[in-house]
Design a protein around this ligand. Structure first.
Ligand SMILES: *Cc1c(COP(=O)(O)O)cnc(C)c1O
Length: 400
């Protein structure tokens, strides 16, 4: 074990994060252990990435086998694991209203959204000879790279980085009329999250997404869904937009796709796929055999171990438990939000203290916005683990 972790962070790691005073050294399933041997129930899941929990045997075996065979070759050559992953994701999308499409693989959520932003510019150029505007929603989160950050209208994220990418206009989430007001022939695309993950777990209404689809169709704009947090079964459907029956022109995936291994993907509908030609976009690492092997292992477990059905059943029970907590502690809890295994407990006041108390009581959680505590279990946990988390929450709120 490395003895000077805290000191090394103090001295050698850039201070763009403020990590908890906690060094995690090992994980198994839904549990992680720190360097003092204390065990935690991990409902942070690496911010919705560890779909299968920690050290899932099938995921470990797939990565180990692929690392020993072929890890990286670049996109100058074809590789079998990328072919397999693309085929499987294209088939998933084809089972939804989205229909036929193609995949681009990259390494993160922001990078997947950059591909969508480049698609929107290519679409404008193709249609009108010049790229135009992008409409996004207030409180959206699309990532930290310059393009994705420019599409993330939050002061705390953009502060210090002006000038940003021009041509991004901001409307109100779940308010079609506010998008309609900003719509025009120069709008290339509308980009939204089906559930606003980072900013407090607001869930889109079916009317909102349907209204955006109609609006985009009327004006020839693309409808882009950021499924970086919601995708890969997190909400109880493989893709969150399946809850709403609305087809996007393109969508992004990342967090849960690799089960903790970095990989992102952009899916583009077949009718727009021709906008990308050799040379129009690229990435050195994207879609390498190792990352795709990790993602294929996640899909194997999701498909073969009945994960979607289990999330559907368990999350109903869990929601009832969380609802009971909200009724028991109305002075603290405002409401329960989210879908499936993407849940938020919204407090009346900032919830930073609650995170720290929960951590002391052995439950790791993630903030979403100022007042919301996000609960992100591995997709593979059953009702027993969900209840255990609800009990720790109850015990913590009793003493608040
Ligand atoms: C996390 C997230 C991103 C950014 O993903 P990174 O992998 O951190 O670049 C983008 N969009 C949404 C909805 C996210 O939750």
């Amino acid at each position: 074990m490395f003895a000077d972790t805290a000191a090394s962070y103090d001295k050698c790691v850039l201070r763009n994060y403020a990590p908890a005073a906690l060094t995690l050294v090992r994980g198994e399933g839904a549990r992680v252990w720190d360097d003092s041997g204390k065990c935690y129930l991990d409902f942070c899941s690496g911010i919705a990435t560890n779909s299968l929990g920690h050290a899932h045997p099938r995921w470990v075996a797939a990565i180990a086998a692929q690392a020993g065979r072929l890890a990286h070759v670049s996109n100058l050559f074809r590789n079998e694991t990328q072919a397999r992953l693309a085929t499987r994701l294209a088939a998933k999308a084809a089972d939804t209203p989205a229909g036929a499409g193609r995949l681009f693989f990259c390494n993160s959520g922001a990078e997947a959204n950059e591909a969508l932003l480049k698609l929107s510019r290519l679409h404008g150029k193709h249609r009108r000879g010049i790229g135009g505007r992008l409409l996004v929603a207030r409180n959206a989160f699309h990532g930290r790279t310059f393009g994705a950050m420019s599409a993330t209208p939050q002061e705390k994220i953009q502060k210090g980085f002006f000038p940003l990418l021009p041509g991004v206009d901001v409307a109100v989430f779940n308010d079609v009329a506010s998008f309609e007001k900003l719509m025009g022939p120069d709008v290339d695309a509308v980009l939204v999250e089906p559930v606003q993950g980072e900013s407090g777990l607001a869930v889109a209404t079916p009317e909102f997404l349907r209204g955006l689809r109609t609006l985009c169709d009327q004006h020839g704009a693309l409808l882009l869904f950021d499924e970086v947090q919601t995708g890969v079964a997190r909400t109880g459907k493989f893709l969150a937009f399946e809850h709403f029956g609305v087809a996007p022109d393109a969508f992004s995936l990342a967090k849960g796709l690799g089960g903790g291994f970095p990989i992102g993907a952009a899916w583009v509908a077949e009718r727009h796929a021709g906008l990308f030609v050799p040379g129009s976009h690229g990435t050195t690492f994207g879609g390498n055999p190792l990352a795709c092997a990790a993602a294929n292992a996640v899909l194997d477990v999701v498909e073969q171990e009945g994960v979607l059905g289990a999330i559907d059943r368990n999350s109903a029970v869990w929601l009832a438990e969380l609802g009971a907590l909200a009724r028991r502690f109305p002075g603290h809890i405002r409401e329960i939000r989210g879908l499936g295994y993407l849940r938020g407990v919204a407090f009346h006041t900032p919830s930073a203290d609650v995170h720290a108390l929960l951590r002391a009581n052995g439950l790791l959680t993630v903030p979403a916005g100022d007042n919301v505590l996000r609960l992100l279990p591995p997709l593979t946990v059953g009702a027993d683990i969900l209840s255990e988390a609800a009990s720790i929450l109850a015990m913590t709120l009793e003493k608040l």
